[in-house]
Design a protein around this ligand. Sequence first.
Ligand code: KG4
Ligand code: ZN
Length: 328
Amino acid sequence: MIILGIETSCDETSASIVRDGCEVLSNVVATSLKDHQKFGGIIPEIASRRQLEYIQIVVAEALKTAGVSLPDLDAVAVTGKPGLIGSLLVGISFANALSFALKKPLIPVNHIHAHLYANYLVERGSPSPKKIFKNLSLPAVGLVVSGGHSSLFYLKDFRSFRVIGETRDDAAGEAYDKVARILDLGYPGGPVIDRLARSVEKGALKFGCATLPGTPDFSFSGIKTAVLYYTQKHGQDKDFSKARVARAFQDGVVDVLVEKAFDVCRARKAKTLLIGGGVAANSVLRERLLARAQKEGVRVNVPSLAFCMDNAAMVAGFAYQIRSAVHI
Ligand code: KG4
Ligand code: ZN
């Protein structure tokens, strides 16, 4: 089954062709990130105008790269929610029109659920693409950490995602972006803080997240404020180091994500942990989760970097799993 996926929930315009829910034949991504950088965050009006400019080009490129033509498609999938309304509308309208013209089913998918599904995607030509479903069998715990969301899910199957914990204030990626702004490191904050933090050893400076004991919920606004106050007080000191602040901040965030994810796996007796979202690209988070997995007796997969960021392959792949909801 060949599905075209379309993702336009924020500043990325992406189209992808995925075979049988896992084999990615193409995944094309255009982004308007550069247009937003000078504002220090995404400007929804600019994002949706760029979506309009890019959508047709990106879909055509995804079909061409995959060597697939429109009549070969079995269905069209699109991110339905959540996201910026103007950006979402571009993808939804385009997918709707295409599905109507081709007389092929339209499958709307949830962006956050699709981020977790990214764990099941493999590159084209992978020798046994479906092995991934055996390796990462459900039920599973899912950790989604992005610019807008930080949630823990329990997945009984691909149709049932239960939220069991979420942030009570900022999302993890939002905290990265705000700390980067405090340290004047540009937008988005995640990749630059990740790099900077790796350049120094662990030191005496520590920033902790509120742990909210006994709950699977997160809180990231306190650690961001701690970085702000520390920088206001010490930013002009001779030995002030942005790298050391980045390191202490990142350690604090990763500690709480790793502990809570495995706490929930233990409580739910889940043997698979899926991670997804932009912050899942974080090098230390990936290392720490993989390092703990064996000790915890939990299978952890970290999606490739391209599938952590917003992409349409996760949309097309996930649509395959929920397709019977639209009678394909
Ligand atoms: O999933 P995503 O591409 O878009 C949303 O749905 O939000 O996530 C973007 C977020 C940004 O906040 C960005 O700073 C963060 O992911 N991010 C990272 C890294 N790469 C991107 N955070 C930590 N470490 C990274 N390496
Ligand atoms: Zn996302």
